[in-house]
Design a protein around this ligand. Structure first.
Ligand SMILES: [Zn+2]
Ligand SMILES: [Zn+2]
Length: 734
């Protein structure tokens, strides 16, 4: 029989079944097998007669680890197909897709109880500010679990325990709910009447789900139009047909509100899967899904591998988000795998976004998917009014001042004077993205990478955003010994400093991944924001992801060009998406919202169309340009990356591979660009080269490339060079 082992080897191994145990050998069962001098856990992938191996006796399986298949045959078929599509060995796909890879033993059970708190009788005596926040959160929720409390107020669980010891709170132990770290959310499902657009969309999904076959929908709903309500009702529709739903979101840690809503609606019927869960909890969630104890799994990209027996619906929220592309280990696109799995399972796939990707819009044009629209915001809320400010006129102003037009200053001023809140967005963390000598123009570069170092004022260091190397900022130029070394450009830290200086009475907070790294600080800022304790929130894209702050009426985009200047065919699309998402934060309450986009390229179509809320106008222009250049979705791409410590070796390996491939590729109608140095050609002390292949749309990558690339990997390996194949790449820089 054939056994796959969770190692980067792209073929299964043949083993013999010990006599008398034939009945236990079933596809999908885990086995312990000898592998070299080790014992490893493998998965039976086929039962073909494998008693001999090239005249040599195959080794014997040591033991069977399951009575029933650990992975069902339908699930295994999907993992197989996914591995082929990603040009990855099945063993590595198993390692990425199954919790803990293929564990020999089941992970120990996670604790199944938790403490919940209620307010005790009587009003409490003097409390510290933190205790007051915890007490208020308990009062508001009525009853709340320790982990949920910690999600709302950092360290809230510990504070509550001490308050309970003092008799201010009453604690009791109960069975734990699913692993949802969630904000309390009232169950409003009964009260909400769907809009006519929501109803029309649900009528389509309902018919498709009832028919039991494959169908794909692209749900284009503007920000605030009620996409989530459509998803949740579609989950109900799938449940009525006896099938389960996989619900993907780009980043689970950013969505406590959504999880609260899911729990309010579905309670114990929902599981959560994401890589941030402790291993035991993740294994527990996995078992509940496989055992059919839940009908919904909500999770980040890896939840596409949920082991449901009969998934009938795949929801991909914010389907355009590049977070769906796994960029480490196996490079897979979870949205594309969801469509593929839906096809294999005869299921419905629902791709939702305020700014659907060019790929998804293309599917609606070719008839492979149907477009559903939610063109209006719920209730009386209107889309914000967006104006563009040309920053080129600002060059007379100096330092950080040049990033603040008077229009932007006035708008923030007016917002604050009305007691409302503002958000300022800049797509770059740190204080200044470069330290440059004003005499000779030299910029301080990372010693390990071909990029300039970003100055982080809070830590007082220069930081490389690619390899995380740190350096003390030099006082004199390393090149000309001049002393006029200036901080150039703007990042979130500098923006916060500027805003705090400009509006002395305003409470200014920052939210970016530097802040998010510290445990609990992300939740703390969100809870301060919800509590109305922040007047100006400064941040990167993190401030835009799915948050609903009704008091925010103004959003300022400092420099829209930052994402536009990347040498990447998706840069205009990404900029349009970011601008739409950030603008969508303004005016979500009763008061109208206003947005100012500052830019050096006010004429660019993605900026003009974002300001006009004209998604289709933008997409029309974008698709025309992509088609003219055969870029996705009008063709597929494969990026071959090469890297190693010696430049000549890397270059030579890339050239050898290009030469060998050139004939078979041109015979198959595939165009080859390169080999050439990667746009960032030196990262983490490794030189980088790449070859970009452009294929016709729907080219069967998984059928064509595996055999062709296997000897190429050997060529590279012999030269001490790593080679990696990235199907439909999202990162073309390195
Ligand atoms: Zn200099
Ligand atoms: Zn670096």
């Amino acid at each position: 029989m054939e056994v796959a082992v969770p190692l980067p080897i792209d073929h299964p191994f043949t083993y013999r079944v010990p006599s008398g145990q034939e009945a236990r050998a079933r596809v999908g069962v885990r086995v312990l097998v000898p592998f070299g001098r080790q014992k490893v856990t493998g998965l039976i992938t086929a039962l073909a007669d494998g008693s001999t191996l090239g005249g040599r006796e195959a080794r014997e399986v040591l033991s069977f680890l399951d009575e029933e298949p650990y992975v069902s045959s339908a699930h295994l078929a999907f993992l197989y197909a996914a591995a082929r599509e990603c040009l990855a060995p099945l063993g590595e796909m198993l390692r990425a897709a199954l919790p803990g890879g293929l564990p020999r033993r089941a992970a120990p059970a996670a604790p199944r109880t938790e403490t919940v708190y209620r307010a005790a009788e009587g009003s409490p005596a003097a409390l510290t500010p933190k205790q007051r926040r915890v007490y208020a959160a308990v009062l508001e929720a009525g009853e709340i679990s320790s982990p949920d409390l910690s999600a709302l107020v950092p360290g809230g669980g510990d504070v509550a325990r001490r308050l309970a010891a003092k008799g201010i709170l009453a604690g009791s132990v109960r069975m734990k709910s699913p692993a949802l770290s969630a904000s309390p959310f009232p169950d409003t499902s009964g009260a909400l009447v769907p809009t006519s657009h929501q109803e029309a969309a649900l009528a389509k999904t309902g018919v498709a789900l009832a028919s039991g076959g494959f169908a794909a929908f692209v749900l284009h709903g503007i920000t605030g139009s009620g996409k989530t309500e459509v998803y949740l009702r579609a989950v109900e529709q799938a449940r009525l047909t006896g099938r389960q739903t996989v619900y993907l979101i780009p980043e689970i840690a950013l969505t406590p509100q959504l999880l609260g809503r899911v729990r309010a609606r579905f309670g114990e019927g929902a599981a959560v899967l994401h890589s941030g869960l402790p291993p035991a909890e993740r294994a527990h969630q996995w078992r509940r899904i496989r055992a059919g104890e839940v009908f919904l799994c909500i999770g980040a990209r890896s939840a596409v591998f949920s082991p449901f027996s009969s998934p009938g619906l795949f929801i991909v929220d914010e389907e355009h988000d590049s977070a769906y592309k796994q960029e480490e280990g196996i490079r897979y696109q979870a949205r594309d795998l969801a469509v593929m799995r839906a096809r294999m399972e005869g299921a419905v796939v629902l791709l939702g976004s305020a700014t659907p990707s060019a790929e998804s819009i293309r599917l609606t044009r070719t008839g492979e998917a149907e477009l559903l629209s939610l063109p209006e915001r719920i209730g009386t809320r209107h889309l914000p009014e967006i104006s563009i400010v040309d920053l080129k006129g600002q060059s007379a102003r100096r330092g950080a001042d040049r990033y603040f037009s008077s229009a932007l200053e006035d708008a923030v001023e007016e917002t604050l004077s009305r007691g409302e809140k503002a958000m300022l967005f800049v797509n770059r963390r740190g204080y200044a993205p470069a330290l440059t000598c004003l005499d000779c123009g030299t910029t301080v570069q990372c010693r390990n990478c071909q990029v300039s170092l970003t100055f982080h004022k809070q830590d007082g260091v220069l930081l490389c955003h690619y390899c995380s190397a740190k350096e003390i900022p030099p006082e004199r130029c390393g090149s000309c010994d001049g002393h006029k070394v200036a901080q150039v450009g703007i990042g979130t830290e500098r923006l916060v400093a500027w805003a705090a200086r400009r509006w002395k009475d305003a409470r200014v907070a920052r939210l970016d991944s530097d802040v998010g790294r510290k445990r609990g600080s992300y939740e703390e800022i969100l809870s301060r924001m919800h509590g109305g304790e922040v007047d100006i929130l400064v941040g990167t894209q993190l401030i835009a992801k799915g948050h609903d702050f009704p008091e925010v009426t103004f959003v300022g985009v400092l420099l829209a060009d930052l994402s536009l200047s990347f040498p990447d065919f998706r840069s205009a699309e990404r900029t349009f998406q970011i601008l739409t998402q950030v603008s969508g934060r303004a005016g979500r309450g009763d008061r109208p919202g206003k947005v100012i986009i500052q830019t050096l390229s006010p004429e660019h179509v993605c900026i003009r169309k974002a300001a006009e809320h004209d998604f289709h106008g933008f997409m029309e222009a974008e698709l025309a340009e992509r088609e003219a250049l055969d870029y996705p979705p009008f063709g597929r791409m494969l990026l071959l990356r090469f890297w190693g410590p010696k430049l000549e070796r890397v270059q030579e390996a890339a050239e050898t591979v290009a030469e060998t491939l050139s004939r078979p590729l041109s015979e198959a109608g595939i165009r080859m660009l390169g080999p050439a140095p990667s746009p960032i050609a030196f990262v983490k002390k490794k030189h980088r080269y790449q070859i970009l292949l452009k294929m016709p749309p729907r080219f069967a990558v998984g059928d064509f490339f595996p055999e062709l690339l296997r000897p190429m990997r050997e060529v590279a390996k012999k030269a001490g060079v790593r080679m990696e194949a990235d199907v439909d790449p999202y990162n073309l820089m390195i």
